[in-house]
Design a protein around this ligand. Sequence first.
Ligand SMILES: [Zn+2]
Length: 398
Amino acid sequence: MKASVNQPQKLAFAPVAPPKPPAPPITEQTLKIKSGDTLMAVLVNAGVNRTEAHNSIEALREVWDPRKLRPGDEITVTFDAAAAQGDEVFKGFSFEPQPALRVGAVRETDGAFAPAEEKAPVLTQAYRAEGTITASLFQNGVEAGVPVAVLVELIKAYSYDVDFQRDIQPGDSFEVMFERESTEDGRTVREGDVHYAALTLSGQRYEIYRYEDTTGDVDYYDAKGHSVRKALLRTPINGARLSSGFGMRRHPVLGYSKMHKGSDFAAPTGTPIYAAGDGVIAKSGPFSSYGNYVRIRHNSEYDTAYAHMSRIAKGMAPGKRVKQGDVIGYVGSTGRSTGPHLHYEILKNGKHVNPQKVRFPTGRILEGTELARFEETMGETRSVYASLPSATEVAAAK
Ligand SMILES: [Zn+2]
């Protein structure tokens, strides 16, 4: 429009900004920890002087042990190229030792270093998985998406009742509900607790529920509120490491016979062997055809014995007190043995009994208000489980 063309141009006078000092250029270096590196060496290599490197590491120590640094961790080192000083000032460093956690040290205005710790929000979610056992609970569990840590916990909880070498048959099945903590961007922080599991072995169903009692003790109970914990373990070895009992052509004896008097568990050499129950070491050392042998006296009635060990754990001398689950030795093939396995015996009043048949006295039984609380927890657990899609369904839907 003509009119507008002839109008004098209006000039806007912007207020003059007061002169600002130029923002100090902050520079960052990211350095990957290599095997054998110390944090000190990494900081010094980045150009930090030794005193400041030392002081900043001391600050870190309040929130994180620098010795826990692992190869592959990435350290971000920050400098401020302050013009006035003509030299770079070390501002601090940080790294992420695990998802959802950043730790480090920050230089404060007085020049001292303060520890820094930043936690990202963590989401806890329940997951459900189920499957049929064709190889082993461990292998089929992994295939069904159950994390290894969860399977290990699960197998441990069942080791009082289940003989993982003999009781698991092809076609048996499992169900499990566990928790996973993850960051908002989907990285796993922690594989959490097993809340519920069921094993169906040769048609018999074994359910376990996680329950925290009124005193804060956490344990697994069956649906009647009986603790899974027994005085002795039926599988005194990490069940996750057992070679599959079925489908193997060559195998040690693997059963109980009058002549054999024990149960064999086939596992790789070096697999830890656990004390089946609390007790005192009664005998330890080479013992004729048993090879390296340990016997534990549990009470006036029961003893257990472990044979063919590659070696006996340190300190397991007669008289030594052990707790259920303590490592007493390692699987081997010493003595009269055809391959690495644990030969496990249970003796009652000095006589061998069949470990597969012996009934252990039940452990804790919940009663009264404790039982009522447990039943409430069990009800909630069951309804959460029923509401979750199974891992198999989730995989199929994708
Ligand atoms: Zn044997």
